[in-house]
Design a protein around this ligand. Structure first.
Ligand code: MLT
Length: 312
């Protein structure tokens, strides 16, 4: 592999396996979305895609590894809204989202659910708000580390309710959900791509979805607005990235393969069952992802500063 220099850079691409890096644990929502699109993308590209989990520090470890990888199209990063919150949360991030990556395209925007261990006392979102205000020092809130989507949603919950809770970080919300089902942690905010199964099977308690509209596959779950906490609104957009310097011909081939995968009926059906959907075809382009990332970097820097959270 490796890109040849000059105009035909990337012409023979791909001629070896491609690694898709997931910056969170296997079995979590980021991993699930990646494995959904990897198969049809591999078919379109005519190469094998190997999914590799590179956990740690709310997704920033994996993102940093891809920023420093060979810009030859054989290392691709799947990341989400955390790409736009990390700069406001980490003093020494080690990469610059807009400069150290080429954008491939947007993938999907996933709703979040507020879920709790089955026998947690509160039965509604309003009761949860009342309960945490009275028991802030005893309640544990799981997330996938500072910079994770679950961390951001937890931050929004704490600033909306004016409480500071004990946060329990995991390497991904896959393992966090296991502990929630086991009753080891009280509640968390996590994506429908991870929580839908446990909600439907009654293994966790669900209070609301964090989107303006209800989620079709979880019709009984009220929105946070209906449940009286309209400030808690966030959905987790995902994008594919390669290291800056990757030849444009390679970026285009990856973007085309992404567009094809998101038009695959199997992917559309799998996503619908897990409460989400592919982005429209026009958002699978490099420009669409760059525009989204630029806008989100500004949005979350302000929200995080207003919440009084300092980069650490
Ligand atoms: C997150 O909270 O950022 C992700 O859901 C973590 C994961 O994909 O495991």
């Amino acid at each position: 592999g490796g890109a040849t220099s000059g105009g035909d850079a990337g012409a023979g691409y791909p001629d070896q396996n491609i690694t898709f890096v997931v910056p969170f644990s296997a079995g979590g929502p980021t991993d699930v979305v990646t494995r959904m699109i990897a198969e049809p993308m591999a078919a379109k590209l005519g190469a094998k895609i190997v999914v590799q989990n590179a956990e740690g520090a709310g997704g920033t470890v994996g993102a940093g590894e891809v920023a420093r990888a060979e810009p030859d199209g054989y290392t691709v990063l799947m990341h989400h809204i955390g790409m736009s919150t990390a700069p406001a949360l980490y003093q020494n991030l080690g990469y610059k989202p807009l400069e150290d990556f080429e954008m491939v395209g947007l993938v999907t925007e996933v709703p979040m659910t507020v879920v709790a261990r089955k026998d947690f006392a509160p039965t509604t979102l309003q009761e949860l708000v009342t309960y945490v205000k009275a028991n802030a020092d005893k309640v544990t809130l799981a997330n996938a580390g500072i910079g994770a989507a679950s961390h951001l949603c937890g931050l929004l919950f704490q600033s909306a309710t004016g409480v500071k809770l004990q946060e329990v970080p995991y390497e991904g919300t896959g393992p966090a959900l296991t502990d929630l089902v086991g009753g080891q942690v009280d509640f968390m905010c996590d994506q429908t791509t991870n929580t839908s199964g446990q909600i439907s099977s009654g293994k966790v308690k669900a209070y609301a979805v964090t989107t303006p509209e209800r989620v079709k596959s979880l019709p009984d779950l009220p929105t946070t607005a209906e449940a009286g906490l309209p400030q808690l609104e966030v959905s987790v957009w995902h994008g594919l990235y390669v290291p800056t310097g990757t030849p444009q011909a390679v970026v285009q081939k990856l973007s085309e393969a992404l567009k094809t995968a998101l038009a695959d009926p199997k992917v559309i059906d799998q996503m619908a069952k897990l409460g989400t959907a592919p982005v429209p075809a026009e958002d699978t382009t490099p420009q669409a992802l760059r525009t989204k990332l630029e806008e989100q970097l500004g949005t979350w820097a302000k929200v995080i500063a207003d919440a009084g959270v300092k980069a650490s």
